[in-house]
Design a protein around this ligand. Sequence first.
Ligand SMILES: NC(=O)c1ccc[n+]([C@@H]2O[C@H](COP(=O)([O-])OP(=O)(O)OC[C@H]3O[C@@H](n4cnc5c(N)ncnc54)[C@H](OP(=O)(O)O)[C@@H]3O)[C@@H](O)[C@H]2O)c1
Length: 331
Amino acid sequence: MTHKSRAIRIDRQGGPEELKLVEVEVGEPGPGEIRVRHHAVGLNFIDVYQRNGLYPFPMPLQLGMEAAGVVEAVGEGVTHLAAGDRVAYASQPPGAYCELRVMPARCVCRLPDAISFETGAAMMLKGLTAQYLLRKTLPAEGLQAGDFVLFHAAAGGVGLIACQWAKALGLQLIGTAGSDAKCELALAHGAAHCINYSRENFAERVRQITGGQGVKVVYDSVGKDTFEGSLNCLRPFGLLASFGNGSGLVPPVNIGQLGAKGSLYITRPTLFTHIATRESTQAMADDLFGVVRSGAVKIPVEQRYRLADVQQAHRDLEARKTTGCTVLTLD
Ligand SMILES: NC(=O)c1ccc[n+]([C@@H]2O[C@H](COP(=O)([O-])OP(=O)(O)OC[C@H]3O[C@@H](n4cnc5c(N)ncnc54)[C@H](OP(=O)(O)O)[C@@H]3O)[C@@H](O)[C@H]2O)c1
């Protein structure tokens, strides 16, 4: 038996105009799969890379990596979920931009009753990313309360979650953002300082703020435009976690400069290594659910677009017009 669903698909990689609203047939889940009816869908910058070709995929492609909803049916061998469960996920393969889908169950987590579908859809990919960055992507000597870290694009989706979580951990997060209004937002979410990097040299400001010492970790999702400056913000033995390419890919690195700048470390992590197993996904999700339920981290849904208006959502995200998290609604 099949069911109909609206979905967003691209037939070739390109601009937002390639995002097409289509009707698809959805079947029964196979072994290890579930069928889930979405209540809300999360928008992420990775959706832009998959749409524009920075991350190549076979075509046609139904986009979307994050959503929340209710399980309708489970396939053979799925034991951690049952029909009727409220769930949320960040997961490969893409395909979350729809009402109904069949997908692997492995990365799908039961959503605590206290957390709404909209919050669940907004927080899984971005919140699990903040989790593995602040809790697992650390310098050799770890991070202690009072330590400085630098977090670029601090008013964005991952950024506003990281500001709050860093504060809860006792860290002094120095944010960067592209306007004064965005800096205000990052400060209101727990950043200790925020630098408007569209008009200030952020590396110089970081040196001032840290009394010339530099920070132990830079979390950099901006990529090409900030890479060099980020290295200049680090203390000896500091760590650059380069986790995104908002401004373009980081060019090939001259490894010798890491020695010259103080025996630095660089890592290029991705969430999908961290959520490669059911156990690691659930452990990270439990940590995230904990800080959301305690109120230490509030998921900032700042924009909502109807699924049919996804082209505008992509335009706004790429044009740096959004702040915090963005949700696609299915009404
Ligand atoms: N590796 C991973 O595991 C992983 C997981 C999740 C997300 N990410 C990455 O983390 C970043 C944040 O993701 P998100 O979904 O939360 O997006 P977002 O932060 O809400 O949006 C991206 C932000 O990047 C900043 N930016 C700087 N230069 C830009 C440029 N040339 N074009 C567009 N934006 C630019 C903008 O903020 P300002 O205007 O303030 O500069 C923009 O709002 C993305 O790069 C994403 O790919 C990586």
